[in-house]
Design a protein around this ligand. Structure first.
Ligand SMILES: C[S@@+](CC[C@H](N)C(=O)[O-])C[C@H]1O[C@@H](n2cnc3c(N)ncnc32)[C@H](O)[C@@H]1O
Length: 263
């Protein structure tokens, strides 16, 4: 069971995703519990002001620290076992290992979604000084408009790893990044489409051969698309042989290609 709060200026944006597909199913199964909290409900002025101009000048607005800190205080008053997750492009990079860790975390996870130019630095400072567990997490080296999509990405990737959320545990085990490899190529009907045919082995019903084919396909896909995932990995001898074979095949294909011939 994953318990989360999402602090945001745009609750409806988050709720619409939580009410759809796997996230909604996980909540219905009692494996995900999410509360969406409007940061503005912790403001005290008539205009419900949650942002202000940056000191020292510069573009855009900054989220004020008081409403966010008050919201956290109020959550921690009833749930002392919390971990704060500040969405931020400067945070440590979210990946499958991090998703696995989140899916097993017994803390209540409080996602803070920044917006505009970001959040007053003192939110992080004060939470750390007060001894709260705080992680700053980025979903990649690019800048989003707000932390809502980042929080949803993290929750989505984590929840599907909780046993019972997906129909089959195999779908998680075989997925990209669950080992060091990307997932193998997948096919569905029809068997033939234009000039492309589903590999015969997948139609053979021979489970051993299918398993081998899938493993080879995983290796080939990783080698072609993300060779960095293989760098420095101690591959089993059998996998090294398969890779050598894949490399040879690729070299032959390249030398047969028109581009190579004409150069
Ligand atoms: C427009 S961004 C602020 C960017 C900030 N001015 C900077 O240059 O680092 C507004 C908010 O979106 C969220 N955000 C943007 N990019 C993100 C990323 N790659 N990962 C996680 N959160 C992100 C954060 O909550 C951030 O406070």
């Amino acid at each position: 069971m994953m318990r989360c709060d999402i602090l945001t200026l745009f609750p409806s944006m988050v709720k619409s995703v939580l009410e759809t597909s796997m996230m909604s199913l996980a909540q219905a199964k009692g494996l995900l519990d999410v509360t969406v909290i409007d940061i503005r409900s912790f403001t005290h002025d008539r205009h419900r002001t949650a942002d202000d101009r940056p000191y020292g000048g510069g573009a855009g607005m900054i989220l004020k620290p008081e409403p966010i800190l008050e919201a956290i205080d109020s959550i921690c008053a009833t749930h002392p076992n919390t971990r704060i997750v500040m969405t931020s492009p400067r945070g440590r990079k979210f990946d499958q290992a991090y998703a696995q860790k989140m899916s097993e975390d017994s803390h209540r996870l409080v996602f803070i979604c920044g917006h505009y130019e970001g959040i007053d630095e003192r939110v992080h400072m004060i939470m750390a000084t007060e001894g709260r567990k705080v992680d700053e997490v980025s979903i990649g080296d690019y800048v989003l408009t707000g932390g809502e999509l980042a929080a949803l990405v993290m929750i989505d990737a984590s929840v599907r790893l909780i046993p019972g959320v997906l129909g089959s545990t195999n779908s998680v085990k075989e997925e990209s990044f669950s080992s060091t490899l990307l997932e193998y190529a997948q096919y569905t009907r029809p068997v033939e489409l234009r000039a492309a045919r589903v590999p015969d082995v997948l139609l053979s019903g021979h489970h051993g051969a299918i398993r081998k084919w899938k493993h080879r396909s995983s290796l080939a896909s990783t080698y072609a698309r993300r060779p960095d995932l293989l760098t420095g990995r101690a591959l089993a001898h059998a996998d090294q042989l398969i890779l050598t074979d894949i490399q040879k095949e690729e070299d032959t294909e390249k030398s047969d290609s028109p581009r190579r011939l004409s150069s």
